[in-house]
Ligand binder design. Structure first.
Ligand SMILES: [Zn+2]
Length: 264
């Protein structure tokens, strides 16, 4: 004869604490690691202005992609954990509170409480769709763009062409290259921000002055999109274009090659 029920509903206070559980601490740890990759890339650019260091960058890109796979697996696992927790909470909420009378009912299996163990044994990150979503991943874009912008920081990439084609005039105006200056301030980019709505890039201080915390029409010529600061994210590709451009300029100034020495 059972004196103790197989399962009992969790007490409300315990349930609340239990609900705060997460597969990983909601810290900025992953972002910190991603920032380290960016720092490593900046160092590579600073130290190699000659030939494109393909093996260094490919190795780093590979590491970065495995990190992203891991991150999306953790995300998938966390989503399943949240779902299991809310299912468990839903079932527990429908249970009779534990009293002397209900205790016997639970003991005799007339009242059923959900099994905590069963709720979580099915969790598996690998079975769910956990492919990393690279569409908004700025560093991934840098890895793709680097082989091209290494040779020419103003070169147009296929995705730039797509934006430029919508504004044919501008393509003619810029002669098919990417400007490394802000279209608002006409100064070289210091903190380029790209609009997720239209792909236009502006320097952060100039953009902030222009938008004044409001939603306005995109400052780029014929764009017409309504944008506010929340539509913009740092444009890492542009940042690396500028970095490569200035590093090359500095290096050629520091060690002028034979051709610049010739004065007639
Ligand atoms: Zn725009």
């Amino acid at each position: 004869m059972n004196f103790v029920p197989d399962y009992l509903p969790l007490h409300h206070d315990v349930l609340r604490q239990f609900h705060a559980l997460s597969a990983y601490p909601k810290s900025d740890m992953l972002q910190d690691i991603r920032n380290q990759f960016e720092v490593a890339l900046v160092e590579i650019v600073n130290e190699n202005t000659g030939r494109y260091p393909a093996h260094l960058i490919n190795e780093l890109a590979q590491e970065y992609r495995s990190l992203n796979v891991l991150a999306s697996e953790i995300d998938a696992y966390d989503r399943q954990l949240q779902k299991a927790k809310s299912n468990y909470k839903l079932e527990t909420d429908q249970c009779e509170p534990i009293t002397l009378e209900s205790w016997d009912q639970y003991r005799l299996n007339r009242f059923k409480a959900p099994s905590l163990e069963q709720a979580f044994t099915k969790l598996d990150a690998k079975t769910s769709n956990s492919k990393p979503d690279a569409s908004g991943d700025q560093l991934e874009k840098v890895f793709v763009a680097l082989p091209y912008i290494w040779e020419d920081p103003t070169v147009m990439l296929p995705e730039d062409m797509a934006t430029a084609q919508q504004e044919e005039d501008e393509l003619k105006f810029s002669g098919g290259t990417i400007e490394l200056t802000c279209p608002i301030s006409f100064q070289p980019f210091k903190a380029p921000m790209i609009s997720r709505k239209c792909g236009h890039v502006f320097d952060k201080p100039a953009l902030e002055r222009f938008l004044e915390n409001q939603t306005k029409t995109c400052p780029q010529g014929a764009c017409g999109q309504h944008v506010n600061m929340k539509d913009f994210v740092p444009d890492l590709v542009m940042q690396f274009r500028c970095l490569i451009h200035t590093t090359k300029k500095q290096k050629t100034r520091a060690s002028p090659d034979a051709s610049t020495d010739v004065v007639d």
